[in-house]
Design a protein around this ligand. Structure first.
Ligand SMILES: *[C@@H]1O[C@H](CO)[C@@H](O)[C@H](O)[C@H]1NC(C)=O
Ligand SMILES: *[C@@H]1O[C@H](CO)[C@@H](O)[C@H](O)[C@H]1NC(C)=O
Length: 465
């Protein structure tokens, strides 16, 4: 008798700490956005307060929640579970090691291992968690009109997980066959879309979305008005399409007819062939470039009608006298024309191949030394281009928007009115005007070329005389 009780004592002594871990038998189902409890407990119901309770994802082999040394340890916790897990501290002493998972996400779907370890024993159980997401109520839209007289009805619902079943039913509850079906999957779950065509004027149609125990339904009642308004809309749309086609043809026609396009511009800017003919009567053709004023890198033609940049292969051999050097521009590639004596004055310049140029008039006495700032305060009234496409008037940076690249520029000066105007002669387009200026002394035509990117010439035109 004594021997038996002793044996029992030893056996119970050894097994005192032993336990089994008990978990759920069936898979658990959680709804996205809601909380779920993953059950796990010890049998017998001894306290787990001093034990290690480790919940992990079997499939990801990562920690979901760890309780050890009487506290929660989040260091190795999976990022996606941060702040969403909890073991019940009051329940641990009853051997209840269940895990509460808050705000379930679709990605929480998987196998969870509940692993319990005491100083002398351990055991675990696996629980499977399924996740369901209940989507939006189905939305019915009238999606078009069939020429055979039917109405296209489309039903759409999103945010489901896993994929739900979507059906269209007639007023008697008979399932209708959808003509087109569409299904998409994103992080919010599945989006399903089915379309049917209906012909009954006064009828009720239901769209039903079902997933497990969840079901949602929306209905639509068709009226003859609906059919009617669709027909009207179709007619209106056809008319609108026709009008846009006609407008499109018209625009294409105008763009093709460049002349017509210029005519438009010309009317807007108010200059005509007549104006140019008038201006050309003023003192034109008498402009001669003054080689004494030209920058040493410029070559002025013998007749004084053309100027170009000296190329690298054409060394500047001639050295002028000191006095003549004093009249030259020494930094900017500029040259002046002969003095303007009359009150109204007009000249034309061909600039076609040049990427950089400035044209206009300057006071006879302008400073020619150093880096000159070309603007009306310093006695310059010009327009020009940089990089072949940036047009500007001198002075405050005044950007000019030109739709056509000018090839020939007309410059018109009205001395008494203080006006200098610039025209694109071919397009008959007014580019820019300075007005209300005080010139105070005699003016000379002014020309400036860029810095060595092109040796194309700038030519004063006499051909209209
Ligand atoms: C353990 O379970 C027994 C019977 O199942 C119960 O009487 C007892 O109160 C439980 N102990 C704790 C700490 O919950
Ligand atoms: C464990 O505790 C939770 C929270 O109080 C409870 O919902 C659950 O039923 C408990 N499980 C067991 C086996 O007692």
């Amino acid at each position: 008798m004594k021997f038996i009780s002793l044996t029992l004592l030893i056996i119970s002594g050894i097994t005192a700490d032993n336990f089994d871990v008990v978990g759920p038998v069936d898979p658990l189902i959680a709804i996205v956005g809601e909380d779920v409890i993953l059950p796990c407990s010890l049998k017998p119901n001894i306290s787990a307060v001093d034990m290690r309770v480790e919940w992990s994802r079997l499939d990801l082999k990562d920690v979901v929640h760890l309780y050890e040394d009487h506290e929660d340890k989040i260091t190795n916790q999976l990022q996606s579970y941060r702040g969403r897990t909890e073991v019940f501290k009051d329940e641990l002493q009853k051997g209840n090691t269940s895990l509460k998972l808050s705000r379930v996400q679709i990605s929480d779907k998987g196998a969870y291992k509940c692993f319990i370890q005491s100083k002398t024993w351990f055991d675990d159980k696996v629980a499977n968690l399924r996740v369901e997401a209940v989507g939006s109520p189905p939305l019915i839209t009238v999606d078009g009109f069939d020429f055979s007289g039917g109405l296209h009805l489309q039903c759409e619902s999103k945010g489901w997980y896993p994929e739900p079943e979507l059906v269209w039913l007639d007023s008697e509850g008979v399932t209708l066959t959808s003509e087109t079906t569409d299904k998409q999957r994103d992080t919010d779950g599945f989006r399903v879309k089915h379309m049917i065509t209906v012909y009954n004027r006064h009828s009720k149609y239901h769209c039903r979305v079902k997933l497990g125990r969840h079901m949602m339904e929306t209905e639509i009642i068709t009226s003859s008005k609906m059919f009617h308004s669709w027909r009207t809309l179709i007619i209106l749309i056809s008319v609108a399409v026709l009008i846009s086609v006609i407008a499109g043809i018209l625009v294409a026609f105008l763009l093709h007819k460049k002349i017509a396009f210029y005519q438009l511009l010309q009317n807007q800017k108010g200059i005509t062939e007549f104006d140019i003919t008038q201006w050309r009567k003023y003192e034109a053709g008498n402009v001669i470039l003054d080689p004494d004023s030209a920058h040493p890198d410029l070559i002025v033609s013998d007749n004084g009608k053309q100027v170009r940049l000296r190329g690298n292969t054409q060394p500047n051999e001639e050295r002028d006298e000191d006095e003549e050097q004093n009249n030259k521009f020494d930094i900017r590639h500029c040259v002046l024309g002969s003095k303007i004596e009359s009150n109204k004055f007009y000249y034309e310049v061909h600039v076609r191949w040049l990427p950089d140029w400035d044209i206009g008039v300057a006071r006879e006495s302008v400073n020619r030394k150093g880096w000159i700032d070309i603007n009306p305060n310093n006695g310059y009234w010009t327009v020009g281009v940089r990089y072949g496409s940036m047009y500007q008037a001198c002075g405050d940076p005044r950007v000019l928007t030109l739709s056509v690249k000018p090839q020939r520029i007309g410059v018109f000066v009205d001395y008494r009115k203080g006006r200098v105007s610039f025209y694109d002669v071919r397009a008959m387009y007014h580019i820019f005007s300075f007005s209300g200026q005080s010139f105070n002394e005699k003016l000379v035509p002014f020309f400036s070329l860029g810095f060595g990117r092109s040796d194309a010439p700038l030519t004063i035109c006499d051909d209209f005389k």
